[in-house]
Design a protein around this ligand. Structure first.
Ligand code: MSP
Length: 660
């Protein structure tokens, strides 16, 4: 099944250190598409990486008192770790600080200059540091950045310009003649009406007021504008303008550039214009998906919005997080995240619909036959179940082509719902009581096993761990029975094999208990300050909201309600089955130490804190965390790069002393 090549990219991420469920969105979507296409026989190249230059990063490194490199290496490491936890199967991770990329960007800049498409002039206008975007006065909305609504700076400096205006016709034609280039369609009108029709203006592509970037080789006081530097990652990662461009020759142009909607202007207008200037083939598709929002509440603690993807995947499994992103957020539109929706969906769709179907079926196969039973002639609703199954691959493949990822997941869950209904219709437990119905019982269970196998084969693209568990429990190893070709005909599952009903795929959760625990974790892990210098925005996009905690004023009576005490850590241990929590015994001068569970295990080993004095919120309602009753909260401070430190008194003082 040799199909074409498929080159898919995520945008390269700003190393902000604020990893959120929102941050994972684009990458999880791309991973599902890449996995699907690989399984479907395409030669896939899946690229992701980090966007490490620009004023924003330089300021953040300065604020952290670190060199840019030191600051970046740590954060980029965290991001790569996150992708590993979430099972992201990228083929390459590019950093714009990689030497080969910087050299290639210099060659690109020189080539555009020599062609006359880059020229020197003076820039006077407005600059949004968090978005790294230039704006004219008329483009500002109420004097603020039209993309994110934040303050802009009046900037005047000698700059190089790219002749974007020269490519007006090319871009107009690209968007107007090619209805699937920019998707969803609504975004196309937005680009045409707001940016293209008013006339494209030449773009400032160098800066002189800071130096954290790729130097312009022939004028070294300039650094290349971050967006030019960043966009070309899609080409340099494949070796364009490098020593070996074989990947570039094989995979160029990108089939899909995936991103959230706020950066489609760069990808659907500026990027193709750069490529046209270099006579390079243009990308197949730019897809601008929606945002994950916290509703109107950006202060996560008040709604218990623990959205740290490390915590969610550790507690509930990476596949539960992948499922939420892939299915629950309608693809192309904004979607809301809440802990409540997350936990409820995990129970209903994963524990009930999927998990129960698998465990019920395997239990009945083992109980009634001890092995996969023989298929038999169709009866009742068999044909309907089979037909739905037989249409599923084509339907999912077409939806993944659009792409409509949540639509593809809906189609898979439709089959799961139908299969559960089929069990209720056929009542295998009743058939089992009547020896004359043994053949029918065999056929019903065979149909269910084959349905589960087929769904698991498709789920390998979306929820790889869960799919692997199901296939293993059906006794299927990698090979033909797990490939898409096994979906062509009904009945690839051989009869006679053993099945193993292992642990439940998704144990049912007590929703109230989980929500309380997530709240308590949110409270115990972070007390965040306003992050100055880095991303200090106000928009509701999940990652923008995080780290920007606007606290309403409280009066002194409110503050006095909090009983803060100095405690001495007399003992501390790691909490089993999590790498996040420490369980400490803290002496507050009450005769008996208190047990306090804190989310600091990534930052402190138990032996680091034994003997230390800490500040404890002593009158916090006790809460159970991982089955341990936690009787207080330890105060910590954390910064934008993910550093965390315990707050300790500067001199030793009696345990239990009041903090005021
Ligand atoms: N560095 C630029 C991209 C340069 S590409 C040449 C950038 N980086 S980002 O870190 O801010 O965003 C990376 C991706 O995550 C983008 O697709 C962005 O839109 C997406 N998202 C970040 N937060 C998001 C949500 N809350 N919801 C959905 N997607 C979000 O932009």
């Amino acid at each position: 099944m040799d199909k074409d090549k498929y080159y898919i990219t995520t945008p390269i991420y700003y190393p902000s250190g604020k990893w959120h469920i929102g941050t994972c969105y684009t990458t999880i979507i791309c991973d599902a598409l890449a996995r699907f296409k690989r399984l479907d026989g395409y030669d896939v190249f899946f690229l992701t990486g980090t966007d490490e230059h620009g004023q924003k990063i330089q300021k953040a490194a300065q604020a952290a008192g670190k060199s840019e490199k030191e600051y970046l290496d740590n954060i980029v490491g965290q991001l790569r770790n996150l992708w590993q936890v979430l099972g992201i199967s990228y083929d390459k991770f590019i950093r714009t600080t990689d030497e080969y990329h910087k050299r290639a960007v210099q060659k690109i800049f020189t080539a555009l200059y020599e062609k006359g498409d880059i020229y020197k002039n003076e820039y006077e206008g407005w600059y949004c540091v968090p978005c790294e975007s230039f704006w004219t006065k008329s483009q500002l909305v109420d004097g603020k950045c039209p993309d994110c609504g934040r303050e802009v700076q009046l900037t005047k400096e000698e700059s190089y310009f790219f002749r974007l205006s020269k490519y007006q016709k090319v871009i107009e034609k690209l968007l107007e003649d090619n209805p699937t280039f920019l998707m969803p369609r609504s975004r196309q009108n937005e680009m045409i009406n707001n940016f293209i029709k008013p006339g494209l203006q030449d773009l400032c592509v160098s800066r002189t007021t800071f130096d954290w970037g790729v130097q312009v080789p022939f004028d070294t006081k300039h650094v290349v504008y971050v967006w030019l530097d960043a966009l070309f990652n899609y080409a340099t990662a494949l070796g364009y303008m490098g020593d070996d461009d074989s990947l570039f020759r094989k995979y160029w142009p990108a089939d899909v550039h995936m991103m959230a909607k706020e950066i489609i202007r760069f990808h659907s207008i500026i990027w193709p214009a750069f490529l046209a200037a270099l006579d390079l083939p243009l990308p197949g598709k730019v897809f601008g998906h929606g945002w994950i929002m916290f509703g109107s509440d950006k202060m996560s603690k008040s709604k218990g919005n623990v959205v740290d993807p490390f915590i969610l995947s550790d507690r509930y499994g990476a596949d539960a997080l992948r499922y939420y992103i892939l299915r629950v957020v309608p693809f192309g539109q904004d979607g809301v995240y809440s802990n409540e929706m997350f936990v409820k969906t995990r129970n209903s769709d994963l524990a009930n619909t999927l998990g129960n179907l698998v465990s019920r079926t395997l239990a009945m196969v083992n109980q009634y036959f001890g092995q996969v039973p023989e298929p038999c002639e169709d009866e009742g609703t068999d044909a309907e179940l089979k037909e739905l199954n037989m249409r599923l691959y084509d339907k999912v493949a077409a939806l993944m082509d659009e792409p409509d990822v949540s639509g593809a997941m809906d189609a898979i869950w439709e089959v799961l719902h139908r299969a559960n209904k089929y069990i209720d219709e056929c009542e295998p437990w009743a058939l089992a009581k009547d020896e004359s119905k043994r053949t029918r019982l065999s056929g019903v269970l065979y149909n269910l096993v084959e349905t589960i196998r087929r769904v698991a084969v498709l789920l390998q693209a979306f929820m790889p761990d869960t799919a692997a568990k199901i296939l293993t429990s059906l006794g299927i190893k990698d090979g033909e029975l797990s490939g898409f070709s096994s979906l062509k005909q009904w009945g690839a599952m051989p009869a006679g094999g053993n099945v193993v009903k292992g642990e439940p795929l998704f144990a049912r959760l007590d929703i109230n208990k989980e929500l309380k625990e997530l709240d308590a974790i949110a409270a115990s892990v972070e007390i965040k300050g306003d992050v100055k210098g880095a991303d200090n925005g106000e928009d509701k996009r999940a990652d923008k909201a995080e780290g920007v905690m606007t606290v309403d004023s409280i009066n002194i009576e409110d503050f006095e309600k909090i009983d803060l005490r100095v405690g001495t850590v007399v003992d501390s241990k790691r909490v089993e089955k999590t790498d996040k929590l420490l369980c400490s015994q803290i002496d507050l001068g009450e005769g008996k130490p208190r047990t306090v569970v804190s989310g600091i295990a990534k930052y402190y080993a138990p032996e680091d804190i034994i003997g230390k004095q800490v500040i404890v919120v002593a009158n916090l309602k006790p809460v159970k965390l991982r089955g341990i009753l936690s009787e207080g909260m330890v105060l910590c401070a954390s910064d934008a790069e993910g550093n965390l430190t315990l707050i300790t008194p500067s001199k030793g003082i009696a345990s239990g002393s009041e903090v005021r």
